[in-house]
Structures are given as structure tokens and as C-alpha cells.
Design a protein around this ligand. Structure first.
Ligand SMILES: *Cc1c(COP(=O)(O)O)cnc(C)c1O
Length: 418
């Protein structure tokens, strides 16, 4: 068998980088330990047993495992209720269900920290002009622009949220494809306090994608009315085959359930087809898996910094999500880096990623991913819009060892003819 070959130069860089980040790794282990206990306690308190893993078919009435998992999520995230369903096709669908659940025609949706994630823009009606967008349905959209310093603008948020027509405020924890820093749970708590102080009736909906289990607390513990995310990111632990979750106030979770299915049916239907075990086991692993992704991100930041590239967050900064931005500076740099990541994947390692015109994006996007679950970005993946400043967004790594190997192969590519 031929082994993955790494040059002495790259192995030496790796040793140096790993030695530099031991402090951060220790802090991550501590958070993972805390969150693992939190998850374990919820499993025990709710008396999880083999019977929970049996699935339903058809309508999915009385799916004991599914309904208990809702309670376990609510327990872990500290909320009144939760809705964890395979029928959410992705994170966008789950977030949209929250917004359609909260907002009615004539209401205003306010985005608290600049523009929301690209795919949400079609849902809201900012881009795309799709029928049945929130805009077409009569919901007005307003946005608090990001400040000159690339941070949340608290004063403008206080002014704009005060309008009583504002019925929902969307707060996105992760930066998405923007250049701002991701928000800490504490910062999200401050933004929610501002909103509540001027408009107690507005529902604060937090897009929690990529943030779950990165800190000890979640946005639901600092006042969020709803938090929402994808199961093929952090909380699925790499095992959930698809799906999304919503946690929060019971009345709002119920309303969102009427948008997942239909009014009158809500959460009662939605069979699990034998997938409950993967959702439970994935959630059990999630704090550990998130730690593996965080270590991969920090290692990547450190080794790229050693090579002279700019990173956000820097390898010594506290993390609020699993995303690592690396500025590769040139299109060739981006393509080499992504080629290396792809070649380090367990699936489709022989494929060469190339930029393509992805629906919903205004420039070609390159994506490197060789995942067991299609599109799962808790698995090692890298993507970049092909435009200045040629920044790659790196995330995932089911195990630190495999994530690190992917990064080292990317570094080999970059050093090849440099
Ligand atoms: C991934 C993500 C979403 C949802 O994306 P899907 O591909 O629909 O799961 C929404 N917001 C942010 C910030 C994300 O990272």
C-alpha cells in the first residue's frame, strides 16, 4: 500500500504549528468535556433506550424516538421546546420555517448584523424575485448595516428595532461569506438585550449554523426566542444524514412546525425511516466532533500564518464558530489549496475541484469536499467565491488527524512550484 506522502519541509512546519497551538487545544478540550457532559446528562435524564432508535414509516405518528429527541434538544439548548426533523431539507429551510412562523403580512423583518447568508436572501426576497418569498407574501425587510469597523452597529439597531412593525429580528451567529467576525454568544446576548429594551414583542431568531457546541452556552441561554441550524453541520456530529432543528419558545416552535408541514398537522407527522439512531448518536458525538473541527481550523490558521497568509480568526483568537477564513490572495492559490483539501478527503479524493457558476452566487464558486454525507460541512471542506481578496472558507474535519492531513496536502500543493 502506498502511504500519503508528505515532504520533510511540510512535516517540520506542521510540528511547529501544532506546538504553537497547544494552549488553544487545551481550552477546546475543556469546552468539549463540558458540552459532552451536558449532552450525556440530557440522554440520561430522558432515559434514552434502544426503543428510541426504532423508526416509523408513512405519516410517522407516535414516533417515540423522534419526540423524545425534541425534548433532549430542548434540554441541551435550555429552551421550552424543540423541533428536530429529517424533513428539513437544509438549514435554509429550517430558518425559513422560523421566519414564516413568526411573521405575517404587514410585519417587518430586521436583520441585525448586515445582510444574511446568501441562500436566505432568496427566501426574504432581497435577491432572486422568487414567488412566495417573504417579500411577495407581504413582509417588509430592513437591515442594520455593519459598522465602518466591520462590527455590529448597536445604536442603529436600537433605532431600527424600536419600530413596532418589527416582529422578528434575525441575528446570524456565523459570518457566512461576509468578512465580519462571527458573533460570540455574549455579543448575541447584548444585541438581544438592545432589541428587547426597545421592542419586547419582537422575536429574536438566531441563525446558529456552525456555532453549536463551540462555546459552553448557546444563544438560547442569552435570550434568543428561537435558535435554528442544520443537522449536517455541528449538532449532527457527522452522523445525521440530513435535517435541521429549531429550539425556543413553545408558541413559536409550534408556529414554525406549521410551516415545516402544514397548519393543523405541524409536528405530528414526519416519519424517521430508521434514522433516529444516527440523530441520537450524532448528537452524542457532536461536542467532540466540533472540537475536532475547531482544532483543524486552528491548526490550519497557524500553519498558513507561518507561510505568511492572513487569517480570520487568527490562530490565537477565541472561536465562536468552526469557520476559518484564509486569504490566498490569488485565484491560483485558491485552486491549489482546494485541490489539496480534496485530495485529502476519504470520498472523491481523485476529483479536481474547479470554479463553477453556482445558483445564488454572483461569481463562480470553487468547492472542495469529499464527504460521506453530501454537502456536510462538519466534514472537511473548503470553498471560495472567485473574487478579491481570494479568501477560502474552511470548515470541518470529523477527526483532527484526518483534518490535519487535508491541510498538509493543501500546503504541499501551495509549496509545489512556489
Ligand atoms: C450553512 C448556513 C446556512 C444554511 O445553509 P444550508 O446550506 O441551507 O444548510 C445558513 N446560515 C449560515 C450562516 C450558514 O452557515
Amino acid at each position: 500500500m502506498s502511504m500519503i506522502s508528505l515532504s520533510d519541509q511540510v512535516l517540520q512546519l506542521a510540528r511547529e504549528a501544532q506546538a504553537e497551538v497547544q494552549g488553544q487545544f487545551a481550552a477546546i478540550d475543556e469546552i468539549a468535556e463540558y458540552n459532552s457532559r451536558k449532552v450525556l446528562a440530557a440522554f440520561q435524564n430522558h432515559r434514552v433506550a434502544e426503543a428510541c432508535f426504532a423508526g416509523t414509516s408513512g405519516y410517522g405518528y407516535d414516533d417515540l424516538g423522534r419526540d423524545l429527541l425534541d425534548q433532549i434538544y430542548a434540554d441541551i439548548f435550555g429552551t421550552e421546546d424543540a423541533l428536530v426533523r429529517l424533513q428539513f431539507v437544509n438549514g435554509t429551510h429550517a430558518i425559513a420555517s422560523c421566519l414564516y412562523g413568526v411573521l405575517e403580512p404587514g410585519d417587518v423583518l430586521l436583520s441585525a448584523v448586515g445582510a444574511p447568508y446568501d441562500t436566505m436572501q432568496g427566501v426574504i426576497g432581497i435577491t432572486g424575485d422568487y414567488p412566495l418569498s417573504l417579500k411577495k407574501y407581504g413582509v417588509e425587510y430592513r437591515e442594520v448595516p455593519i459598522s465602518q469597523e466591520n462590527t455590529p452597529d448597536r445604536e442603529t439597531l436600537a433605532q431600527m428595532a424600536a419600530d413596532p412593525k418589527v416582529k422578528a429580528v434575525l441575528i446570524q451567529r456565523s459570518k457566512g461569506y461576509s468578512t465580519r467576525a462571527s458573533l460570540s454568544v455574549a455579543e448575541i446576548g447584548e444585541l438581544i438585550s438592545i432589541v428587547k429594551s426597545v421592542n419586547p414583542n419582537a422575536a429574536c431568531v438566531v441563525d446558529n449554523c456552525y456555532g453549536e457546541f463551540v462555546e459552553q452556552n448557546e444563544p438560547s441561554q442569552v435570550g434568543a426566542d428561537l435558535i435554528v441550524g442544520s443537522l449536517i453541520k455541528n449538532p449532527g456530529g457527522g452522523l445525521a444524514p440530513t435535517g435541521g432543528y429549531i429550539c425556543g419558545r413553545a408558541d413559536l416552535v409550534e408556529r414554525a412546525s406549521y410551516r415545516l408541514t402544514v397548519p393543523g398537522i405541524g409536528r405530528e407527522c414526519g416519519c424517521t425511516l430508521g434514522n433516529n439512531r444516527a440523530l441520537y448518536q450524532g448528537l452524542f458525538l457532536a461536542p467532540h466532533t466540533v472540537a475536532q473541527a475547531l482544532k483543524t481550523a486552528i491548526f490550519a490558521a497557524r500553519i498558513m500564518e507561518e507561510l505568511g497568509y492572513d487569517t480570520e480568526p487568527h490562530s490565537d483568537q477565541l472561536r465562536h464558530d468552526i469557520i476559518q477564513m484564509i486569504s490566498l490572495r490569488t485565484p491560483e492559490g485558491v485552486e491549489k489549496f482546494c485541490r489539496g483539501i480534496q485530495s485529502g478527503s476519504p470520498v472523491d479524493s481523485y476529483v479536481t475541484p474547479v470554479p463553477w457558476d453556482m445558483p445564488g452566487y454572483d461569481v463562480p464558486v470553487i468547492m472542495a469536499a469529499g464527504a460521506f454525507i453530501q454537502g456536510a460541512s462538519i466534514e472537511l471542506s473548503a470553498d471560495a467565491p472567485m473574487r478579491e481578496p481570494y479568501t477560502v472558507y474552511l470548515q470541518g474535519g470529523l477527526t483532527y488527524e484526518s483534518g490535519k492531513t487535508g491541510i498538509l496536502l493543501a500546503v504541499e500543493e501551495l509549496l509545489k512550484r512556489a
